[in-house]
Design a protein around this ligand. Structure first.
Ligand code: NDP
Length: 327
């Protein structure tokens, strides 16, 4: 038995509880891991609160991310004592995840702890930071260089947004953040943003085309915000879209794409192929100012996970939350 958060759904309803869990909960997997840290991502918050259809198999241990030590391995790639990192691959959705003292996962999903980071630093990054790196790499692939102009980051005080602002700044881009809480302006500027705009500027229905400003954008919000971002892109600007914090819809027109040659590039971290995963972690080691990680993350224990998940959906959190699963 081991401690963890368990989500159950039956005649008594949908519920997440801190419990003693039996190893029978595990599915297939060739590596058993003593988890040290996990995190709370937006998707975990939806799973824990039941506010989004994230969990597709019950009972389920939530937690997309984990860092831990290999306890048992039937894989040639990992031996007992190795420190491994996991993000994505449907873990916490269809396969028991990291918000527990133990996990059993497939070796092909794991990456060795990147040399540049301690276990807690790797979790301060987690899925959110990894996705921010994928978004930056998407902008780069589409030719958005720092000389092209300003980059807009929506949800800039959140997990993806905080890491995106930090990365882009270190890479020499001029970054403008968007946030709904004026008290977070200094925080976002301390990560490197030159300016912070109120999210109300992006929340009304978008015009097909508006004044051009952004060479690139990273959007975590979707809905009207993404539509407004697209209509204010510069000629041949690129938007990396990865989130739906404001809604899953996309009430836009084709105008930005056919009149300004704007590119809307989708970013998914969950099924990201292994070679790109490894190169994103390598890039994080090189391009993320590790001193910023402390500023943008806070640590909680397993017993605090359930209330903190609700806070996340209410927009009460900033940056990243890492979870020490031993307390
Ligand atoms: P956080 O909760 O940490 O941050 C989300 C931010 O979005 C908040 O800081 C909030 O900023 C802003 N926000 C929330 N609601 C609204 C709204 N209605 N309108 C405008 N802004 C809003 O979440 P994460 O950064 O971890 O994740 C952000 C999004 O990215 C989520 O939708 C998540 O599912 C998605 N995601 C996708 C991944 C992928 O693989 N594609 C991977 C990781 C995350 P404020 O209230 O200050 O404006």
């Amino acid at each position: 038995m081991f401690k963890g958060i368990l989500i159950e759904k039956d005649d008594a309803g949908y519920r997440a509880q801190l419990k003693d869990i039996d190893e029978a909960v595990f599915h297939e997997g060739d590596v058993t891991i003593r988890v040290n840290y996990s995190t709370i991502n937006y998707k975990d918050a939806l799973a824990i609160t039941g506010k989004g259809p994230v969990v597709r198999r019950f009972p389920m241990i939530p937690g997309i991310d984990l860092v831990g030590t290999v306890e048992h391995s039937d894989s040639a790639d990992y031996k007992v004592g190795d420190t491994v990192v996991h993000t994505g691959w449907g873990v916490g959705e269809v396969h028991p995840g990291g918000l527990a003292e133990k996990a059993r996962l497939k070796s092909e999903w794991l990456v060795p702890l990147p040399e540049a980071f301690s276990p807690t630093q790797a979790m301060s990054i987690g899925t959110a930071g990894f996705t921010a790196m994928l978004c930056v790499m998407t902008l780069e692939r589409q030719g958005v260089t720092p000389d092209k102009g300003e980059i807009l980051v929506t949800g800039a005080a959140g997990g993806v947004g905080s890491v995106a602002v930090s990365l882009l700044t270190k890479l020499g881009y001029t970054v403008v953040g968007v946030c709904g809480d004026p008290s977070e302006t200094d925080y976002i500027k301390s990560l490197g943003a030159s300016e912070v705009l109120d999210r109300s500027e992006f929340s009304s229905p978008a015009k097909p085309i508006a004044k051009e400003r952004w060479a690139g954008a990273i959007d975590v919000v979707g809905s009207h915000t993404l539509a407004n971002v697209c209509s204010t892109m510069k000629y041949r600007g690129v938007v990396a879209a990865c989130g739906l914090a404001g809604g899953m819809d996309f009430p836009s027109s084709v105008a930005p794409f056919i009149l300004r040659g704007v590119t809307l590039a989708g970013v998914d971290s969950v099924m990201c192929p292994r070679p790109e995963r490894l190169s994103a972690w390598k890039r994080l080691g090189r391009d993320l100012d590790a001193s910023k990680l402390e500023m943008l993350s806070r640590e909680i224990g397993l017993s605090e996970v359930i209330p903190v998940a609700s806070d996340m959906l209410e927009g009460k959190l900033r940056g990243r939350v890492l979870v020490d699963v031993s307390r």
